[in-house]
Write a protein that binds this ligand. Structure first.
Ligand SMILES: [Zn+2]
Length: 143
C-alpha cells in the first residue's frame, strides 16, 4: 500500500475548500458509537462501489455532502471522485483502482476521521456556515 504523503495534510489545510469540511454533531455521534475498524469497513465499501470502478457512476457527483462521516471525510481529503483523486493523490482515472490503491484511499479517509474522533472543536459551527457549501457550484473545480 502507498504510504500517506506526510505533506498531504498541510496541502489539504491550505485549500480553503477542503479545510472547510467539519463533522456535524450527528456525524460525531455516529463515529463515537462505532470502532475505527467498522468505520474503515464502511469507507472500504463506499470506495469499492462508488470510487474504484474504471468508470464510476456519476463520477464527480457520487459522494453526498452529508449523511455519513465517511462522505464528509472524502470531500475533506479529496477522495470524493476520480478527478480529485487523480489531482491530489496521483492515482489516474480511466482505470479501476487496484486493491492496494483502494486500501490507500481508505487509509486517508480513516486517518482524517480518527484525527477528529471525540474532538469537540470539530462539531458543526453554530452559524451553519458549512451548509453554504451545499449551494456552491462545481465544487470539484475549486480546489
Ligand atoms: Zn471530487
Amino acid at each position: 500500500m502507498h504510504p500517506i504523503d506526510p505533506g498531504l495534510w498541510a496541502r489539504l489545510a491550505r485549500s480553503s475548500f477542503r479545510s472547510r469540511f467539519r463533522l456535524d454533531l450527528q456525524d460525531q455521534l455516529y463515529l463515537a458509537s462505532r470502532t475505527p475498524h467498522v468505520i474503515a469497513e464502511h469507507a472500504a465499501s463506499f470506495v469499492a462501489t462508488r470510487i474504484a470502478p474504471e468508470r464510476p457512476r456519476q463520477d464527480g457527483r457520487q459522494t453526498p455532502w452529508r449523511g455519513h462521516p465517511v462522505f464528509v471525510a472524502q470531500h475533506a481529503t479529496a477522495t470524493c471522485c476520480r478527478s480529485c483523486i487523480a489531482k491530489w493523490h496521483a492515482l489516474p482515472k480511466g482505470r479501476a483502482l487496484t486493491a492496494p490503491e483502494q486500501r490507500y484511499v481508505v487509509s486517508v479517509i480513516s486517518a482524517w476521521l480518527e484525527q477528529r474522533r471525540d474532538d469537540p472543536r470539530q462539531h458543526a459551527e453554530p452559524d451553519g456556515r458549512q451548509f453554504d457549501l451545499l449551494d456552491s457550484p462545481a465544487p470539484h473545480e475549486q480546489s
